[in-house]
Design a protein around this ligand. Structure first.
Ligand code: URP
Ligand code: ZN
Ligand code: ZN
Length: 461
């Protein structure tokens, strides 16, 4: 399959220029002005942006959680990804009781096999940090192709500081990285118990039980553990102004700390928890939505480079029958998480670039370039000869009104329902093959299920 895309505006992390792109055998072969290769498909992309496909650094496909499962599997999740301009997914792979990292990896890979429309990799998520698992880290980095590992400082499957120290030290030895969900478990437990005694278990108590300071405390502590060990630390889903201040403090001191945020913390805020008719449950996630100042601070964090990536934390649960039933009388029982993979690129463009909060270059940097570099995806993340032809032809003029009915995520609501979007992925290519096309007010999936590959990643440090 060969493809010639003519006259588009190619966007990189530091510039933009008009040129043609020639694609052959899944790769970008040439970029130049007036290219005259003979191609099976020729597209005129005048007036459109040529972007590298977004890489979602943070998804939870098929994850068992809080008595149910995150509803998107590899098939529905990767179709949604392709339709949103996400051409590669980095999915979490939570270790089950007694499993080695290898067994966990093979189990999750088998769910993906034959079912995935875009490329993917996995982050092992360590819940049983026994000695043999810590020893396995070396092989996971050098053989399995999974150099980023995740732990949680809260939830039932949390680990303590001594484990974090060991993991930071061990991952560093082989150029790997530790990803941390940073919230102070004891602060959250204290508020949960207090609110239970006071019979304050309605939805607005969810954010009150997990205040900004619970994130900031855990983050400052784990940053110190990274400082002590010299380890490579990645903070997932940074949500608060106070948390960002800790990231800045550590980074300015020379700690190897990388921060990721999510669209929901940039765009939505805690007022959503007061929506009538239990609607607030749609936004129950951890960390919770924050105050407006936090959102503004996070945009500034992207502009100043303290925040390096945006992942979606895609973890959808139906509202009807799941969120509303499980947690009817108790916010603590509402499955935590929300859909996001398909709306990532459109939201960051419409709410970020189009509103002047970030530049197009910054968008490409945080959605693709940085993510590929940080996670060792050497063939992905930019429009350059030799890279995989994961390309989005983005039309900045298309207007789209968000409705879950027009999207492909397998869930019965959308947190951004009714948002007016400006700019949409118009045509999406996964390794040179068309996977999605905007048509009649929605993006249609036109790709191939099963074409997505597991990508072995390289250590980046
Ligand atoms: O609420 C969330 N974020 N659910 C998914 C699990 C996690 O903490 O990332
Ligand atoms: Zn988390
Ligand atoms: Zn998550």
């Amino acid at each position: 399959m060969s493809l010639l895309i003519k006259n588009g505006l190619i966007v990189t992390s530091d510039t933009q220029y008009k040129a043609d792109i020639y694609v052959e055998q899944e790769k970008i072969k040439a970029i130049g002005v007036n290219l005259n290769f003979k191609a099976e498909e020729v597209i005129d992309a005048s007036g459109k942006y040529i972007l590298p496909g977004a890489i979602d650094s943070h998804t939870h496909l098929c994850m068992p959680y809080m008595g149910t499962y995150a509803k998107d599997d590899y098939k529905t999740g990767s179709i949604a990804a392709a339709c949103g301009g996400v051409t590669c997914i980095l999915d979490f792979n939570t270790q089950r009781n007694g499993e080695t990292l290898y067994e966990a990896l093979e189990r999750k890979k088998s769910l993906a096999k034959g079912n995935t429309a875009v490329d993917f990799s996995l982050h092992p998520s360590i819940t049983e940090p026994k000695d043999k698992i810590i020893k396995e880290i070396k092989t996971a980095i050098t053989d399995y192709g999974t150099p980023s590992f995740k732990v949680y400082m809260t939830y039932d499957f949390r680990v303590d500081d001594s484990v974090i120290l060991k993991l930071l030290a061990e991952t560093k030895k082989y150029g790997g990285m530790l990803q941390v969900h940073a919230e102070n478990f004891n602060i959250i437990e204290y508020f949960n118990n207090t609110f239970e005694k006071q019979k304050k278990l309605s939805i607005p108590y969810h954010p009150k039980s997990r205040p900004n300071i619970a994130e900031a405390e855990a983050l400052s502590r784990v940053a110190k553990l990274a400082e002590i060990t010299g380890g490579n630390l990645y903070i997932v889903h940074l949500s608060s102004k106070e948390g960002l201040e800790e990231v800045k403090r550590a980074k300015d001191k020379g700690v190897n700390i990388i921060a990721e945020t999510c669209p929901q913390y940039l765009i939505l805020d805690e007022s959503r928890y007061f929506e009538p008719e239990f609607n607030g449950a749609k936004y129950v996630m951890s960390p919770p939505l924050r105050d407006k100042q936090s959102g503004e601070a996070l945009w500034e964090g992207i502009r100043s480079g303290y925040i390096s990536t945006i992942g979606t934390d895609h973890c959808p649960f139906d509202f009807n029958g799941i969120k509303d039933m499980f947690g009817k009388n108790d916010y603590r029982k509402i499955p935590n998480g929300a859909p996001g993979i398909e709306t990532l690129m459109m939201l960051i463009h419409s709410e970020g670039v189009a509103k002047g909060k970030i530049t197009l270059q910054q968008m490409v940097k945080i959605l693709s370039v940085n993510t590929a570099k940080i996670f060792g995806l050497k063939n992905k993340g930019s429009i350059c000869p030799g890279k995989d032809a994961d390309i989005v032809i983005f039309n900045p003029k298309i207007k789209f009104n968000i409705s879950y009915k027009k999207l492909h995520m397998n869930v019965d609501y959308n947190p951004y329902e009714g948002f007016d979007i400006i700019g949409m992925p118009e045509t999406v290519y996964v390794r040179g093959k068309k996977a999605a096309q905007f048509k009649n007010d929605r993006v249609e999936f036109v790709g191939e299920i099963g074409r997505g590959r597991f990508i072995k990643r390289e250590p980046s440090f």
